[in-house]
Ligand binder design. Sequence first.
Ligand code: AMP
Length: 189
Amino acid sequence: MHVIFFGPPGVGKGTQALIIAGRMGWAHISTGDMLRAHVREGTELGRQAKAYMDQGLLTPDELVIDMFMARLAEIGGRGFVLDGFPRTLRQAEALDAALARDGRAIDVAINITAPDEVLLERMQARAAESARSDDTPEAMRKRLDVQKPPADLLAHYRDAGKLRDVDGRPAVEAVTDAIAAALAAVGPD
Ligand code: AMP
């Protein structure tokens, strides 16, 4: 199955994507992890992306789409969970086109949600643990606004009947169960 995970920062999207991919034996693709690896390794892509990432901004589509497509080609025909891609409608359209060339399509997009207040509290707790001085309340609110899945992106999947909203507030295991139930309702594999 080909699944996308959407959600704002702090909602547990990455945690859930890893759990579900592991449980189902699907590939897990996180463009954030890939970009962080480029930054660590000091590649040209990493150098360009770092300026955006450090400011809590999205990295431009041109940089992210090629990197993602190379990874998608690597995993072949396997099932996958996408964690952090697509972030824009343009990325979604590039993804649709690439899958369609192989006669494939996204099966379902899981949209994990929580109210801003809950997310800001979680981000504050995380910042306190890591003592990040740049995590002011204003910076967190801005990051939340910038990093939330945009309305046109969600509408793209909602209009196709593929979006499933899942409440991200309960404990991790309860959210995993809700996601597993949503996936089971879509199909067997
Ligand atoms: P994440 O770990 O998914 O929160 O991503 C960390 C950072 O990497 C984001 O703040 C963006 O700057 C960048 N990034 C990751 N995925 C994408 C994407 N699909 N489009 C644009 N920027 C991305």
